[in-house]
Design a protein around this ligand. Structure first.
Ligand SMILES: C[S@@+](CC[C@H](N)C(=O)[O-])C[C@H]1O[C@@H](n2cnc3c(N)ncnc32)[C@H](O)[C@@H]1O
Length: 286
């Protein structure tokens, strides 16, 4: 799911759409989290203390719980959107997770969290949450906060988007449905979407050079069918298709399906359909 300077899918948007967040994300954040969780450079044990930073509905925590069903480390979920945390908490109750806590926090100022607390800090697509802030150093402030709350010897894993194939299809769709108007775009975060930028911020924040890495990984936005993928995208209608009539929204459904299938990065899989997305995974030790 994108976070951009132009549209800033930040707190207000996520708070208002928390109930549909998992559908909207169509596995895109989860598919990247799966890649760092299976390959952690510091093992998780019962003594670990984990921060799921900008946790949203808790997809990273869910994945950790599924990956380590016999462990019960302390996990803290924080997010700026109280409605997201409400879903996180009900998910924890539903699965009877123990050792879970939550707090409302801004990634750029984790006020309620003490220095040197966590053995693992996971921030899956959370540091670009600041772009709508007037402070263009928002992501760096977020990475500095991640460093501050990481315990000595602990590890922080931070992800950002690089290429989001889906956005091209949305842009083309809006251009076809409303040819006279500016096509919708999530916009580009430019320099912010480079691995170099993520690496630079980790260095500036104080993470050790030794053991630091940024790698580019391929993920996907996926659903069980093309229809489902399109319907999930329609949940963005408040921003991408704002002011569209019912008839125009009907056209969006048809045209988006066409445009998605034209993408080189669209493919059918055994489980449904997917559109390739690329992300950066930054790992740093304190
Ligand atoms: C793209 S979602 C990622 C959610 C989750 N980490 C995942 O992997 O699915 C971004 C999350 O950041 C939250 N967020 C936005 N602005 C924030 C801020 N300034 N501080 C903390 N969280 C923020 C949103 O509420 C949303 O839950």
């Amino acid at each position: 799911m994108a976070c951009s300077k132009e549209h800033g899918l930040s707190s207000g948007f996520h708070d208002a759409h928390s109930n549909t967040y998992d559908q909207m994300a169509s596995n895109c954040t989860l598919n990247i989290a799966k890649q760092f969780v299976k390959d952690l450079p510091l093992p998780i044990t019962n003594d670990s203390h984990i921060l799921d930073n900008a946790c949203g509905t808790g997809l990273v925590t869910l994945l950790l719980k599924q990956t380590y069903p016999n462990l019960s480390p302390k996990i803290h979920g924080s997010d700026i959107a109280p409605n997201m945390l409400e879903i996180y908490t009900s998910r924890a109750k539903e699965h009877e997770w123990s050792n879970i806590s939550t707090s409302v926090e801004d990634v750029m100022d984790l006020k309620g969290l003490k220095d040197d607390t966590f053995t693992h800090v996971f921030t899956n697509f959370g540091i670009m949450a600041g772009p709508s802030s007037p402070d263009s150093k928002g992501p760096l402030r977020a990475v500095k906060e991640i460093y501050r709350v990481t315990r000595k010897g602990g590890v922080a894993v931070t992800t950002t988007w690089w290429k989001r194939g889906f956005d091209v299809a949305m842009e083309k769709t809006t251009g076809r449905v409303k040819p006279g108007e500016k096509a919708f775009s999530f916009g580009s975060n430019g320099e912010w979407e480079t691995g170099r930028y993520l690496m630079g911020m980790m260095e500036d924040a104080g993470f050790k050079r030794e053991g630091m890495s940024v790698k580019c990984v391929k993920g996907a936005i996926s659903a069980r069918s093309l229809e489902e993928l399109v319907e999930n995208n329609m949940l963005f209608k408040d921003i991408a298709y704002k002011g569209y009539s019912e008839e125009e929204l009907g056209q969006v459904r048809v045209i988006l399906a066409e445009e998605l299938q034209k993408l080189e990065v669209y493919k059918k899989t055994d489980d449904g359909v997917e559109v390739e997305q690329w992300a950066w995974i930054g790992v740093g030790f304190k």
